[in-house]
Design a protein. Structure first.
Length: 86
């Protein structure tokens, strides 16, 4: 049975989601993609990844993974705009 996990489960998985989206967003900003577009794109990719997890074997869809993705993207945009020399 497919399920969506709503209960927060803290662990390294959320850290990897956050860091991966943060780095991707900073990379997009370096390619001169507008910040709002970069955050929207990376967040959408995180949402699509969770959709694949929902339908994939041996995976589960976790809402908090998407929250970590979106938070990482927003933080990446903030860092990329605050420190343009990175």
């Amino acid at each position: 049975m497919k399920q969506v996990i709503w209960k927060p489960r803290l662990g390294w998985d959320k850290v990897w989601h956050f860091c991966g989206c943060l780095i991707l967003t900073i990379g997009f900003l370096k390619l001169k993609v507008p910040p709002v577009t970069a955050v929207a794109l990376i967040s959408t990719l995180g949402l699509i990844k969770e959709g694949f997890d929902y339908y994939g074997k041996n995976h589960c869809c976790e809402v908090w993974d998407f929250v970590a993705d979106a938070t990482g993207a927003a933080t990446g945009a903030y860092i990329g705009l605050s420190y343009p020399v990175l």
